[in-house]
Design a protein around this ligand. Structure first.
Ligand code: NAD
Length: 486
């Protein structure tokens, strides 16, 4: 049985007490690896290594030298592309095409893009007048913040973890990463890449384990962690925020969502159906930016519901490498239970189940996997739990609307504020609506499309801060002001 180890100070290490936990395949619930669970001692060793690297070789590198190493990381990920694809498929059970077209290439891009950003970012300097006529020069320098604790989720593990590690390292920090207990593989594999390209020891460290009373909590409470960047549930973010308040550490949070899609009657109908099919069901609905609330203008409501139903019913469940399949399982038995509890709740709340609502029949060992049907509901009020709460599964509720004001109010009547998609051929209206929807990112006639140099983050309970391009520098560096009297 494969043992997935922690990666501390450039070495793969077991936990001192030899404690391990199981990694099961989402496809058939088989144990595919054991994972070494970091205790306080390993977390401390990782943080101390990260701290020492800052003061050592890594901290002494010039920006150009650091950036060259990060280009090396991007290139090595690309060279080992198939290994990363295989590891991520084993962790998540998601289809091969999702890995190759999006999740793994984005991992490499996260190193390259932030290396480019850091290399090209201008710095501020001002010449000032002074009463004696000699003047002053006031300028700012950016320094790394220090040791960054990175806590990552399981839904697109490699892409979301590197989205934090790329900019953190580009800015000269060191990191201790705690991947989700559900998806330990690609984060560990990245340790091999770091060693291969010559990233100094201690710059990138990985500790495995759970959240409360385990590696996650030990990391966020460690006094030598200078800032914490976290992607995951809003509730977990609240617990991490408390930990970060010890020692006044900065946080960057990308949290949950309950995203609305707005489809106007003048939309390109097929494009809207395709787009919402992707946003509701890609990655088996386990995408923070995914759509769980769909509002469709009344004249096309019935036709839209039928068209989305047809697409949802055409998915083919199967293994990631089965070329006849295009649809994967949920991540875990626990998550399957949660999603199915919402499927039951929707019925209790009086929903019309347009399609799905249960589990598909799977043959052989796949019958033990965490499969659930893509599910569409109609007929619920806005107050229903499945219309208000994040489910994070392959499901959406569709309701009709009659005016811009009505749909904007409904879209905004939620505690989350992560993303929206608007489907219309009337671009003036699209811009007007986009400006009024309370979210961090709005897509018009598209979804999941973004230049990595733009700001990304959530409004309301969907996050704190913005990352992406130069916005990441605000979090991963500290600006120091220097004023020289001439
Ligand atoms: P989660 O909050 O359960 O876990 C995320 C990570 O936090 C895991 O590594 C977990 O072990 C760790 N953790 C849990 N409790 C902790 C604690 N008390 N202290 C320290 N670490 C702790 O989230 P998840 O189930 O892995 O991911 C799904 C959630 O992530 C959804 O809510 C989804 O919307 C959100 N998400 C948001 C974005 C975004 O960009 N906004 C992106 C992806 C996922």
């Amino acid at each position: 049985m494969q043992l997935i180890r922690n990666f501390i100070n450039g070495e793969f290490v077991d936990a001192a007490e030899g404690k391990t936990f199981e990694k099961r395949s989402p496809l058939d619930n088989r144990i595919i690896a054991r994972v070494s669970e970091a205790g306080r001692a390993e977390v401390d060793a990782a943080v101390q290594a990260a701290h020492a690297a800052l003061k050592g070789e890594w901290g002494a590198l010039s920006t150009d030298q650091r950036v060259d190493l990060l280009y090396g990381v991007a290139n090595e990920i690309t060279r080992r592309f198939d290994d990363f694809v295989a590891a991520e498929m084993a962790d998540t059970g998601q289809p091969h095409h999702v890995m190759t077209s999006a999740f793994i290439p984005r991992g490499a891009a996260n190193f390259k893009v932030f290396a480019d950003v850091v290399k090209n970012v201008p710095s501020e300097s001002f010449q000032m007048a002074t009463p004696d006529g000699r003047g002053a020069l006031n300028y700012a320098i950016r320094l790394p913040k220090g040791v960054i604790g990175v806590i990552a989720p399981w839904n697109a593990p490699f892409m979301l973890m590197t989205w934090k590690v790329g900019p953190a390292l580009a800015c000269g920090n060191t990191v201790v990463v705690k991947p989700s207990e559900e998806t330990p593989l690609t984060t560990t594999l990245l340790g091999e890449v770091m060693n291969k390209v010559g990233i100094p020891k201690g710059v990138y460290n990985v500790i495995h384990g759970f959240g409360p009373d385990s590696a996650g909590e030990f990391l966020t409470h460690h006094p030598k962690v200078d800032a914490i960047t976290f992607t995951g549930e809003t509730r977990t973010g609240a617990a991490i925020m408390k930990a970060a308040s010890e020692g006044m550490r900065d946080v960057s949070f990308e949290l949950g969502g309950k995203n609305a899609a707005i489809v106007f009657a003048d939309a390109d109908f097929d494009a809207a159906v395709d787009g919402i099919f992707r946003s509701a069901f890609l990655n088996s609905g386990q995408v923070c930016l995914g759509t769980e609330r769909v509002y469709v203008e009344r004249p096309i409501f019935d036709k839209f519901v039928q068209a989305l139903k047809a697409k949802a019913e055409a998915v083919k469940f199967g293994r990631p490498d089965d070329h006849n399949a295009n649809y994967g399982p949920l991540i875990s038995a626990e998550h399957k239970r949660k999603v199915l509890s919402y499927y039951a709740k929707a019925v209790e709340e009086g929903a019309t189940v347009v399609t799905g609502g249960g589990v598909p029949q799977m043959a052989g060992e796949l019958a033990e996997g965490h499969w659930v049907q893509p599910t569409i509901w109609t007929g619920l009020p806005e107050t229903a739990a499945v219309v208000r709460e994040e489910i994070f599964g392959p499901c959406c509720h569709i309701s009709p609307f009659d005016s811009d004001d009505e749909v904007i109010n409904k879209a905004n009547a939620n505690d989350y504020g992560l993303a929206t998609t608007i489907w219309t051929t009337n671009l003036a209206r699209a811009h007007r609506v986009a400006a009024r929807v309370e979210v961090g990112i709005t897509w018009i006639n598209s979804w999941f499309l973004r230049d990595l140099r733009t700001a990304f983050g959530g409004s309301k309970q969907s996050g704190i801060g913005r990352e992406g391009g130069v916005h990441s520098l605000e979090f991963y560096t500290e600006t120091r002001n220097i004023c020289v009297k001439l």
